[in-house]
Write a protein that binds this ligand. Structure first.
Ligand code: SF4
Length: 390
């Protein structure tokens, strides 16, 4: 691997002798090539499989030329809002505008639009009418079906419809993006990608979905809270890769179809992702702009696991990473920690070794490996399940 930051400009492309990219990632965060950033993982994994990938970080969404900076990619644009939802990034829970954005150079606010996935995707569509657009990351993932939006205080449509994207990847997208890349590079039209787990597509023909559960229509969930609750319950019960079914939600004559959840990564796959080569820094173009504040916190932090079986009522993590714990090996974690020693800014302590919530490292029970997590029972509430491995 040519170890450098991925191209961000035409000059970078020329330096590599490339005239065209396979994928262009458009992201709402500054470009930080570190595995704490989803955009870094997805771009590096595509690069590893031989695809040419470039990054447009925090484009000026009022200027269409910003989206043309790397030309039209051969395969697709990939769009995300950054590491967090753009509305959470911009507003406090009291709906006050935040003064700082730690994912932007110097912490400067307003470097991305509200509802970044929708804005970026529509701008790309304006720039290149017939290009393929795939949205992913936390903003797209948690808004994949009809959902309550706190900021608007109303139920909004699937972001797939509002963004004009062709396909949505939900959850952690490494496996899905590789399957998509392989299919598209082999000439399969994006409309035919109705079979890849961990994705959402739109269709006028419901019969394209197979063995599915029908959610209440969008119209019903916007007018009846009980229907909304029913829809949410079905979605919650279908977040497991073994038991989860394809879900279909109707919007008039269009159907939004969520395929079954992607299988969790095993330990070898987890190690593989975090052992990949990253620059482990922000792009040098930010150096004179005050760096990226978020990087200070993650620079010497290590991701240990994904998923959570805690089931806290306020948390949406299981809708993104699922209830099954996926952990790295101790050897992989140690290797990452040992590499810190070579960094001049390392002062001898690792900020954090952890997962998204509690420090779970093992699956909750043996049963879920074969039969999936329980649909009608929580692992820790109202009391600890007797199958729980402690
Ligand atoms: S058997 Fe118990 S520990 Fe296992 S998934 Fe079900 S509730 Fe969780």
């Amino acid at each position: 691997m040519n170890m450098d930051f991925l191209p961000m400009t035409q000059n970078d492309l020329e330096d590599r002798g490339w005239s065209e990219l396979d994928f262009v990632m458009v992201t709402g965060d500054a470009y930080v090539d570190h595995p704490s950033f989803g955009a870094a993982i997805i771009t590096r994994i595509l690069e590893r499989y031989g695809y040419k990938v470039g990054i447009i970080a925090q484009p000026d969404w009022k200027d269409i030329e910003s989206f043309k900076a790397l030309g039209k990619p051969k395969i697709a644009f990939l769009v995300n809002s950054g590491n967090i939802d753009s509305m959470v990034n911009h507003y406090t829970s009291f709906k006050k505008r935040r003064k700082e954005d730690v994912y932007s150079p110097g912490g400067e606010p307003d470097k991305r639009p509200d509802r970044a996935v929708i804005v970026y995707s529509n701008k790309i569509r304006e720039a290149y009418k017939d290009t393929v657009i795939i949205v992913g990351g936390i903003e797209a993932s948690l808004r994949r079906l009809g959902h309550y939006d706190y900021w608007d205080n109303k139920v909004r449509r699937s972001i797939l419809l509002d963004s004009s994207a062709d396909l949505l990847v939900y959850g952690m997208g490494e496996k899905a993006i590789l399957e998509i890349a392989e299919a598209l590079s082999n000439g399969i039209p994006v409309e035919e990608l109705t079979y890849i787990r961990g994705t959402v597509y739109k269709t006028k023909d419901k019969e394209r979905a197979f063995d599915f559960l029908e959610l209440p229509d969008f119209e019903q969930i916007t007018s009846d809270k009980k229907e909304y609750a029913k829809s949410f319950k079905i979605q919650f019960e279908n977040t497991d890769a073994i038991t989860g079914k394809t879900l279909v939600e109707r919007y008039g004559t269009v159907y939004v179809v969520q395929t079954q959840p992607m299988e969790p990564l095993n330990q070898i796959e987890m190690d593989d992702i975090y052992d990949m080569e990253y620059m482990r820094n922000y792009h040098p173009s930010y150096k004179n702009k005050g760096g990226i504040p978020a990087f200070d916190e993650i620079q010497f932090s290590i991701t240990n696991s994904r998923g959570c079986f805690g089931g806290c009522s306020f948390c949406a993590l299981t809708f993104h990473q699922g209830r099954v714990i996926q952990a790295r090996s101790k050897a992989s974690i140690m290797k990452e920690g040992q590499a810190f020693v070579g960094s001049p800014s390392f002062k001898g302590y690792i900020h954090d070794v952890g997962g998204p919530t509690a420090n779970f490292r093992k699956r909750a029970c043996i049963k879920q490996e074969k039969y999936g997590v329980c649909k009608d029972k929580q692992c820790l509430f109202p009391e600890k399940c007797n199958q729980l491995i402690v």
